[in-house]
Write a protein that binds this ligand. Structure first.
Ligand SMILES: [Zn+2]
Ligand SMILES: [Zn+2]
Length: 369
């Protein structure tokens, strides 16, 4: 009998995901089939589910499996793969994390050495109908295609700790380096969801001297503190952009900050964040991934203040390796086990999305094994 696995299948905007069974594929040469253990809901998944981002309209082949943050064990390995991307022997049963995207390696930006900007990147929005079926995180299996980046997970890190590493942690780690956060810099982090909390820990470890985190939910602000935030700004208390800008200056010795990390996902947060910056400051833009939303800004203010916006879409293969190393080195310092705040079975995936959408959970985990 053919082995099968479950998948929560997305049929398009406003339609609930359906749990369906598909045959588990055989890996082609260079591919790996992963038996997933934990997947979780990232802000961008929420954008798709909510309909801020109509992936069907973009031409994504519906139906498909969404979700991109996940971890699991090697189920079967295609010929030609004997090690992970760091050269460590890789065998069936090993716990792994991997990039959920596949830069082409052959376009001008890949040739320049930073494949995080590859536009030919074969992203995850592949249909579920044709083999290998398992192209997204909300399923029992994931088909890691040839040309992947994969790393073995150290025993000291749990599945729940590493599930968000292939997006949230790697992204902020790559981003804060790319934006040039330096020892002694000051930074405002807008949004204390998973990315904001990780960014707090990474920025502190990179030597930031004043990390100010803005959010309006108590649990998130508390977690930001546990990850090393020096100051917090509670949006329940500082309700307008003007009040928050004044508070940032107050908490930063009367000056703007060197770096702002926009991890909220509203265009207005960019405009607000630019106000926080000192001359020469840089805004790291990660949150606004849904096309069709705009903001108004006077470019003369950028020029006069020598302020810049640097967007970060993906990350390099080595960022994921370093994110794993970083988590291992700081596992006793930061409460990584608190990032995924509630666990749901796959059957309850719609409930998980609903509760995360309402802010009842900050990052929901889907247990798959
Ligand atoms: Zn993500
Ligand atoms: Zn490329």
């Amino acid at each position: 009998m053919t082995e099968t696995g479950r998948a929560a299948v997305y049929y398009g905007l406003g339609k609930p995901m359906e749990i369906e069974e598909y045959p588990v594929p055989e890996p082609e040469p260079g591919a790996i089939v992963v038996r997933l253990t934990v997947a979780n809901i990232c802000g961008s998944d929420l954008h798709m589910w909510r309909g801020d981002m109509d992936i069907g309209q973009w031409g994504a082949p519906l139906p498909l499996i969404i979700g991109h943050e996940m971890t699991g064990r090697v189920h079967s390995i295609g010929s030609g793969i004997t090690t992970d991307s760091a050269g460590q022997p890789l065998a069936e049963g090993d716990r792994v994390v991997y990039r959920y995207f596949y830069p082409c390696g052959r376009c001008p930006v890949c040739l320049k050495g930073d494949d995080a900007m590859c536009q030919m990147n074969n992203f995850f929005m592949m249909g579920v109908t044709d083999p290998p079926h398992f192209n997204g995180a909300y399923a029992d299996y994931y088909y890691l295609r040839p040309g992947h980046t994969v790393f073995k997970v150290p025993d000291e890190l749990t599945d729940e700790m590493v599930a968000p590493i292939n997006c949230a942690l790697s992204e902020v780690l790559y981003g804060l380096e790319k934006i040039g956060l330096q020892f002694g810099d000051t930074i405002v982090i807008q949004g204390a969801g998973g990315l904001g909390v990780y960014a707090t820990g990474v920025a502190k470890s990179m030597g930031a001297r004043n990390v100010i985190v803005i959010d309006g939910i108590d649990d998130r602000l508390e977690l930001a503190r546990a990850f090393g935030a020096d100051q917090i700004i509670d949006m329940k208390e500082y309700k307008t952009p003007q009040e928050r800008a004044a508070r940032v200056m107050e908490l930063n010795g009367g000056y703007g900050v060197d770096v702002v990390a926009e991890l909220v996902g509203f265009p207005s947060a960019i405009v607000e964040g630019m106000e926080f910056l000192a001359p020469g400051g840089r805004l790291m833009e990660i949150g606004n991934i849904s096309p069709g939303h705009t903001f108004e800004y006077d470019p003369a203010l950028m020029i006069m203040g020598s302020k810049s916006i640097i967007p970060i879409g993906y990350y390099k293969a080595e960022s994921l390796k370093r994110a794993l190393d970083f988590m291992l080195n700081t596992k006793d310092k930061y409460p990584y086990d608190k990032i995924l705040s509630k666990v749901y079975p796959l059957e309850d995936i719609e409930k998980a999305f609903q509760e995360q959408d309402k802010g009842l959970v900050s990052r929901a985990a889907i247990a798959l094994d």
